[in-house]
Design a protein around this ligand. Structure first.
Ligand SMILES: [Mg+2]
Ligand SMILES: [Zn+2]
Length: 179
């Protein structure tokens, strides 16, 4: 299956540092329409998210799951489903090194295996170079959006593609973008 693998904060929902309150979950402009287009093009969706707030003891894995559930509830209103949320709860300074904190590829490899992701026809979409590098390490086309940290990250790495927002990305895919 072809997938769009999303970062969560700053990509799907408004970046709020160390978000732990489901009531603060707010879709970024263009995400709703963009995801509907991508869904209609036959893409499935997963999220891979770094949540070092857990290692820092700012919030629990349960809090993080509640935020994810709220996002899923919002997306369900227009029949969009995130198949799975992959969470890295670590931070090297607090819990030691791990193989799952983006740009490490542990979670991406798991997702590829879990869902038999078609690498050649999938995309990794995020707002940070850690997202871009993670996707590129597994030869998945990387897409940097200008939401979240995108505008400050754009010169720090070389994304395969970049767009102002999710809707522009989806429209470009729809136009039959091949590379
Ligand atoms: Mg992000
Ligand atoms: Zn990790």
């Amino acid at each position: 299956m072809k997938y769009v693998i999303f970062d969560r904060d700053g990509t799907l929902i408004v970046e709020k540092n160390y978000l732990s309150n489901p009531d603060e979950v707010c879709l970024i402009d263009g995400v709703k329409q963009g995801l509907i287009i991508l869904k209609n093009l036959g893409f499935e969706f997963v999220v891979i998210t770094n949540q070092s707030g857990i290692a820092r003891n700012y919030y629990s894995i349960d809090d993080c799951n509640k935020v994810n559930q709220r996002l899923s509830d919002i997306l369900a209103k227009f029949n969009v489903e995130i198949k799975k949320y992959y969470i890295c709860p670590h931070h090297p300074d607090f819990s030691g090194k791990c193989n799952c904190r983006k740009p490490e590829t542990g979670l991406l490899e798991k997702a590829i295996e879990d869902f038999d992701i078609d690498i050649d026809n999938s995309y990794f979409v995020g707002d940070k170079c850690s997202d871009i590098i993670c996707g590129q390490r597994k030869n998945i086309k990387s897409v940097l959006l200008m939401s979240g940290y995108g505008k400050t990250e754009i010169n720090k790495c070389k994304a395969d593609l970049s767009f102002e927002n999710m809707l522009e990305f989806a429209r470009e895919v729809e136009r039959g973008l091949k590379s």
